[in-house]
Design a protein around this ligand. Structure first.
Ligand SMILES: [Zn+2]
Length: 74
């Protein structure tokens, strides 16, 4: 079940960066720290405990030199 675009637009990373999230397949990826959050039954789970932290940790910017590691949608 795809997320409504207007819902995606207001979602933010639960870490202190509060950055916008991007849809990447079946999960949401923080545009700042690159942490990943699952979508279960169409509901985004924006809990730090359930997140997969980014390369530098939850809330720590992933850095501009590193790609976010998002697989391009095919
Ligand atoms: Zn973040």
């Amino acid at each position: 079940m795809p997320l409504p675009p207007d819902l995606l637009a207001i979602l933010a990373c639960p870490s202190p960066d509060h950055a916008p999230l991007e849809l990447a397949g079946e999960e949401l990826v923080c545009s700042c720290c690159a942490s990943r959050f699952p979508i279960r039954d169409g509901i985004p789970v924006l809990l730090a405990d359930d997140a997969v932290p980014g390369p530098n940790g939850l809330g720590v910017p992933a850095g501009t030199a590193q790609p976010l590691g998002i697989e391009p949608a095919t």
